[in-house]
Design a binder for this molecule. Structure first.
Ligand code: HEM
Length: 307
């Protein structure tokens, strides 16, 4: 996920577009270009091999057959891409920044589709289209594995763009609400509530009731203010003014907090969806890969002819 810096601007401070951009901007990681170069070069090598194999029409032994090797490469790429979760969750001591691993994850994930397409010689995409649902099951779930991989990678790309859009929205909100990111806003809201409560101490029941009502989530008690203000001593009137300011700022920040939390929720939901798709896809792809390896290369399992 893109990082969101804290901002310390105060209410009323004007935040120019340029300032906001500065807050949002995170220096591009070198890992982005490194992994793009590594993945791009690797794919070009395989693609050249693919063209050569097509032109020579070679019939090689399974272990040397480039089309099978492309399948093995695609499987290894899927596993490497999934290894991002190790660095992020299970083995945080692994070297390299999480952001660099995410770039590795992204670029290897993208070329995995391209390599899987070479493995199938673009079957099901440019020719040999599926005729009946049962075709999905052929070659040990080969077509399902391919479509699951495509769905997974597209969910990753869409999610990455969505993630960036939501993070940009949060950065804008944090830069313009005068307080910062969600945790800072929550803290400030708590502080404002405490301020309003302390200003109520020792005041009339009408004063306290007014503040209590304004602390309710949906309450708009502005119309009561004029009548209440008239019945107060000058000292209490000044406290009421301060309590009103705190409560107004609190109301404004609660709206901002809602926006920030909504973005966080949406990002979390997308991530859960991507992880769910990744888990199911990995199961199918692993099944397909192991079965194909055992049948065509290791000769452990034999193909059962259909009756
Ligand atoms: C072979 C393909 C892929 C696999 C197996 C895969 C799997 C995963 C898994 C397991 C996670 C969860 C990591 C965690 O939170 O522990 C994840 C997260 C993520 N993936 Fe993928 N993914 C693939 C492709 C892609 C692609 C192509 C992109 C983007 C272009 C992408 C973008 C992301 C993003 C943005 C996250 C969330 C990162 C974070 O918040 O830390 N994924 N992926």
């Amino acid at each position: 996920m893109s990082s969101l810096p804290k901002t310390s601007s105060r209410p009323g401070q004007s935040t120019s577009k340029q300032n906001y951009k500065k807050i949002w901007y995170a220096p591009a990681s070198r890992a982005k270009w490194y992994w793009l170069l590594v993945s791009g070069t690797f794919y070009l090598l395989l693609f050249t091999w693919y063209q050569y194999a097509l032109h020579t029409g070679q019939e090689a032994e399974p272990f040397e057959d480039p089309f099978r090797l492309f399948g093995i490469c695609a499987f290894v790429l899927v596993l490497l891409s999934a290894s991002y979760t190790l660095r992020r969750r299970f083995a945080r001591a692994l070297p390299g920044k999480v952001q660099s691993w995410l770039w590795m994850h992204t670029w290897l994930g993208i070329i995995t589709i391209l390599v899987a397409l070479l493995h199938e010689n673009y079957a099901y995409i440019t020719h040999d289209f599926l005729q009946v649902p049962n075709d999905l099951l052929e070659a040990n779930l080969g077509p399902i594995a391919l479509f699951a991989l495509i769905l997974l990678v597209f969910s990753g790309i869409a999610g990455r763009l969505f993630d960036q859009w939501q993070t940009r929205k949060m950065a804008h909100e944090a830069a313009t609400n005068g307080v910062g990111i969600a945790q800072a806003v929550e803290e400030r809201v708590r502080h404002l509530e405490e301020t309003a409560e302390s200003l109520c101490a020792g005041k009339s029941d009408a004063f306290k009731e007014h503040c209590q009502k304004r602390l309710q989530p949906t309450n708009q008690q502005k119309n009561m203010l004029a009548s209440l203000s008239g019945s107060l001593t000058p000292r209490a009137r000044s406290d009421l003014q301060r309590a009103e300011e705190a409560l107004d700022e609190r109301a404004r920040l609660l709206i901002s907090l809602q926006h920030l939390q909504q973005s966080q929720r949406l990002i979390r939901r997308w991530r859960m969806l991507h992880i769910l798709i990744a888990s199911l896809s990995l199961l199918i792809i692993t099944y397909h890969s192991i079965m194909e390896l055992s049948i065509t290369i290791l000769h452990i399992t034999t193909i059962v002819p259909s009756p």
